[in-house]
Write a protein that binds this ligand. Structure first.
Ligand code: ADP
Ligand code: MG
Length: 211
């Protein structure tokens, strides 16, 4: 089959899980990004809404999660609570074949107490909005010092919403050795500047069509 997931270095259990989710083949953005992202490359990727970008970063970040290590190992920044919730749902579906991988959503507009409670129980993957992630970093209720994958999802929208300082400060708390995956619908200068500052020789992938 064209663009079969089985061509990727993914565990058999993940291939079966993708099949059970009805993912019969990679979407164009997945076919272009997954081989690079699974090999550890930094990426700047552009594709329309609905093109399957979440799995394009979700599969690579999941591959690196060690369930026995309870610190945050992946951080996904999203512009809004709604998007963060959707991304977390998709990552949980992609993680269904693995036991004990915890995904925690940290967004504003929700009380912070239960979020702190979830973090205390150990979160392997954190998905959230920059403002609330910063709140947790200031309170020291979240450590991202051992994050090995950082995703900036809908990066252009986050910058439009004025999150640039928050994003830069958050990145400053992550290790330089991290993999950084940046997804954006457009490429204004501020996105290129962010990429140049925080990514390591990124590959740039653009897909125009949806299917
Ligand atoms: P984007 O972030 O590009 O807007 P999403 O990651 O939210 O797109 O995916 C859009 C929809 O497509 C979701 O319902 C997702 O489950 C589904 N999807 C993603 N990849 C595939 C695939 N390879 N085959 C079928 N459906 C897919
Ligand atoms: Mg998306």
């Amino acid at each position: 089959m064209e663009n079969a997931f089985s061509a990727l270095p993914l565990p058999e259990e993940q291939l079966a899980n993708l099949d059970s989710l009805g993912y019969k083949q990679m979407t164009p953005i997945q076919a272009r990004t997954l081989p690079l992202a699974l090999a550890g490359k930094d990426l700047v990727a552009q594709a329309k809404t609905g093109s399957g970008k979440t799995a394009a970063f979700g599969l690579p970040l999941l591959n690196k999660i060690n369930p026995r290590d309870f610190g945050a190992q992946a951080l996904v920044l999203c512009p809004t609570r709604e998007l963060a919730t959707q991304v977390a749902g998709e990552i949980r579906r992609l993680a269904r074949y693995r036991q004990n991988i915890k995904v925690v959503v940290l967004c504003g507009g929700q009380s912070i107490g239960p979020q702190i409670g979830s973090l205390e129980h150990g979160a392997h993957i954190v998905v959230g909005t920059p403002g609330r992630i910063q709140d947790h970093l200031r309170k020291k209720t979240l450590s991202i010092a051992r994050v090995n994958t950082l995703v900036l999802d809908e990066a252009d929208r986050m910058l439009e919403m004025g999150f640039v300082d928050d994003i830069e400060q958050i990145i400053g708390h992550t290790p330089d050795s991290r993999q950084t995956l940046l997804f954006s619908a457009t490429y204004p200068d501020d996105i290129l500047a962010l990429s140049a500052r925080f990514q390591n020789d990124p590959d740039r992938v653009t897909v125009e069509s949806l299917h």
